[in-house]
Design a protein. Sequence first.
Length: 354
Amino acid sequence: MRVRICFATILSLALAFSFVSCEGDQGPIGPVGPTGPTGPTGPTGQNGAENCLDCHGSNQLITAKLFQWENSIHALGGHYDRNTSSCAGCHTSQGFLERIASGQPSPTGTIDDPLPINCYTCHQIHQTYSSEDWALASTGPVTFWVGGETADIGGGNLCINCHQARVPSPALPAPGVDGMATVTSSRFGPHHGSQGVLFTGNGAYEVPGPAAYTNSVHTNLVENSCISCHMATVTGGRAAGGHTFRVESEAGSLNYSGCTQCHTDEDELEALVEATQAEIDDLLLQLGTRLKDLGILQDNLEYANASSGSPLNLTNVQLGVLWNYQYVREDQSLGVHNYKYAKALLENSIAALN
């Protein structure tokens, strides 16, 4: 029996080896089969380089914008070192973006490594990696901190998020309401950003007087408000226009590019600007001198004659008139933004003190 089993095993192994040894060489590879159907389109790529040319197709253009911005007050004089919570919302890029995102008047704390207002502040840079990144960071209507009125002036809405009056202390009284107020700071007033409220005719102390409170045509006629004039076609180099945000060059030359839609004669326009500014400047001097004579303004006609150690007690009318003076003075356009409204405020304020 054992002999038979061993023989059967040996025979099986021999057959296995013989089958293996019978395998021939591999034949040639067959022809390629037909191409299959096209698969579905994949999702649009994000955070990649596929859309870079949408914005970077002309680096000369971007370089020009950067050069203009580098010569702007935003870059040179924005005081971005003022990075505490109370200031950073307008003086730093990060604070502004945090404020716009949260809807709160100030960021939650001090901003580390503060940056001046720059491309990333105003545009949605590198959010979609497409030309949509040039969209403005905020375009919605703005409710002013002083007075609570809401303004919608197109693309200029972005600007007036900061270019508006700061909330004063003591608070601005309502016209016609009698009372007294104590000023303890020489810097009582709307701060340096009253352009938005003056342009729209808001946030002032409208003391009754002979002049009617009306807005100039600029308020309702200028499309996109701030942008139309301050970002008009640049006149060359660092002069004015574009991302310099200047209407007047450092040498004192006006950029008329944003005005020609309505003002076709540059000589007439220049004469009009000079006459407007001279009239408002004279009214400011009259009002400032009167406030100084009453002991309300310092001799420099810039600061209130007050401090925490030497407070200034004023009637509501006197406080409101002091506000109006600083409101028009701090706008710095000398009436160009809203001539009729600025003129009425100053004339009625002078009449109220006299």
